[in-house]
Design a protein around this ligand. Structure first.
Ligand SMILES: Cc1cc2nc3c(=O)[nH]c(=O)nc-3n(C[C@H](O)[C@H](O)[C@H](O)COP(=O)(O)OP(=O)(O)OC[C@H]3O[C@@H](n4cnc5c(N)ncnc54)[C@H](O)[C@@H]3O)c2cc1C
Length: 500
């Protein structure tokens, strides 16, 4: 038997049941399966487009390729060869199954439609088994989809009494007979084909050089980073308050690059979305910290946020394709788009480029373009602005986030967008941009760090349309003039400007 083990979304050594392909009892009784490890990146998920928006930026593609390469090198040190391909699965998978005589496939359990299609494609040829290795609730805690509660609160209340999650499996436990592609090749032709695949992968890496200023590290380093967040900086103890910041600011007022100390949030999302860190391992680390050094509101709150991630995963599994429709589940009103297509395009471009004239929105969008990341509060605000102020289809925003975010995760991204638009199970959420700006960036530090044109303005950097290419056209484009509900915040700001 030759088993194909697909390590998509499982780029880690710790708590990775896919790397344990040998049952000791079976090993004594019968011959072991040969195993081949594969990461198959689906071409259309990077080069395809939706709503005219390419699915991945060059930065995101480069980040993904190098994260996989990093993992390939880690496995190579452990004598475990990993075949990596960026291809169209409908062409590659059947050929691979046939050429290598694959008799079974094992993979991470899909969450959304496209990964499910990959599972179905493989199942067309050979038996497929799935392991749900990126959920907190696996094994005996697995919820029934039909009975899965609609709202996050219901879900949380049902789980909270025990906050029980599945335990992580043993660390660094690799077993099985792992073979390289060339050892598996049965004929000269198949050997040549496999070598071509390997050469193609190296070619892709050459075409997409390792992005500068991006911390690419599968597994170990990310574990070390999170342990430092818990034990060295003890930053988790102020998480509940600091998570509302837009970025980390050092004592001298300079912006700290994402993921480096001091740590206003955990920066777990990129590692979790690629499966290079186990969410169950993360959960256990928080519980251990609480037991050894004590718990507070903030340590609880990080677990609370991980439950949000969990909720969106099951929510996506339950509602599937409906969550990608404009009206979503159709339970609550979703705002109509305003303006003809050309006008909508223009407004969308201004939003994407961080040129709407609303400083906090622009600062967050430019931060995204520069780093591939954005804080949770930033994401909520720019999403609300696109949906309720610019009156655009929420899916344009979700597609642009998909293109840009290094931590892109189908369930969290599309789930959160649908949630804010009212397309999910709850009514939509509108945010007053100016009120939020004054509350969460009171001295306009973040705004001025991102918008050089406003740097010298002090608090006046909060005023909408002071300096933006959108400013002269605001009315003509139907961009929101200061909204009625902004008035009291504007008055407050003007008073502060007069009496600094
Ligand atoms: C419009 C929108 C789009 C989003 N798109 C994504 C996405 O593509 N990928 C992604 O991982 N997260 C997404 N989020 C959720 C959240 O913004 C990020 O997980 C978080 O900002 C990442 O930074 P962190 O790891 O430092 O978060 P922390 O604040 O430290 O949170 C810890 C972890 O909890 C989970 N979490 C926190 N908030 C949420 C949330 N609202 N929904 C789901 N999980 C959450 C994440 O796994 C996160 O890593 C989105 C939120 C919004 C409002």
């Amino acid at each position: 038997m030759t088993r194909l083990v697909m390590l998509n979304q499982a780029l880690r050594l710790t708590d990775n049941p896919l790397l344990q392909q040998q049952d000791d009892c079976i090993a004594l009784l019968q011959q072991q399966d040969d195993c081949i490890a594969l990461v198959l990146l689906e071409k259309k998920q990077f080069f395809g487009s939706q709503f005219g928006i390419t699915r991945a930026s060059r930065l995101r593609l480069g980040h993904q390729l190098w994260l996989v390469e990093d993992f390939r090198l880690q496995l190579a040190k452990l004598q475990l060869p990993l075949l990596c391909v960026l291809a169209d699965s409908t062409e590659l998978l059947p050929q691979l199954i046939k050429t290598l005589g694959i008799s079974a496939v094992t993979m991470a359990e899909p969450v959304a439609e496209e990964e499910r299609q990959l599972q179905q494609l493989a199942a067309h040829y050979v038996p497929v088994s799935c392991v749900d290795l990126n959920s907190l609730l696996g094994d005996s805690l697995r919820p029934e989809l039909a009975a899965f509660p609609d709202s996050f609160s219901q879900f949380r209340k049902a789980r909270e009494p025990e906050l029980r999650v599945s335990s992580a499996c043993a660390d660094n436990n690799i077993s099985g007979r792992w073979l390289g592609a060339t050892e598996l090749a049965k004929t000269k032709e198949s050997a040549a084909w496999l070598l071509t695949l390997e050469a193609n992968w190296q070619q892709q890496l050459l075409l997409c050089p390792k992005p500068h200023n991006i911390h690419i590290a599968a597994g170990r380093q990310q574990q070390a980073q999170f342990l430092a967040y818990l034990y060295e900086n003890k930053a988790i103890y102020h998480y509940k308050q600091s998570r509302n910041q837009f970025c980390d600011v050092a004592a001298d007022g300079a912006m700290v690059p994402p993921g480096q100390t001091p740590g206003y949030a955990s920066f777990l999302s990129t590692a979790l979305s690629h499966g290079s860190l186990s969410v169950r391992w993360v959960w256990q680390q928080i519980c251990q910290l609480e037991q050894s050094l004590g718990a507070n509101d903030s340590t609880y709150w990080l677990k609370f946020e991980l439950l949000w991630r969990e909720y969106f995963r099951w929510h996506q599994r339950k509602f599937g394709a409906a969550l990608f429709r404009r009206q979503g589940l159709g339970r609550h009103p979703v705002p109509e788009s305003q303006g003809d297509m050309a006008l909508q395009q223009l407004k969308f471009q201004l939003w994407c480029q961080g040129q709407t004239g609303v400083p906090l929105v622009d600062a967050n969008m430019r931060f995204l373009l520069q780093t591939g990341l954005m804080s949770n509060r930033g994401r909520q605000l720019v999403a609300s602005y696109l949906i309720y102020d610019l009156a655009l289809d929420w899916r344009f925003g979700a597609a642009f986030f998909e293109q840009q975010l290094l931590d892109y995760d189908v369930a969290s991204n599309w789930g959160n967008w649908a949630y804010i638009a009212g397309a999910g199970t709850a009514p939509g959420r509108y945010f007053n941009q100016l009120k939020q700006a004054l509350q969460y960036d009171p001295a306009a530090v973040f705004i001025r760090s991102q918008l050089p044109e406003l740097r010298s303005l002090g608090m006046a950097a909060h005023l909408p349309y002071v300096s933006s290419i959108a400013a002269p056209y605001a009315a003509q484009l139907g961009l929101p003039p200061a909204r009625p509900d902004w008035h009291s915040s504007l008055e407050k700001l003007q008073q502060q400007l007069q009496n600094p």
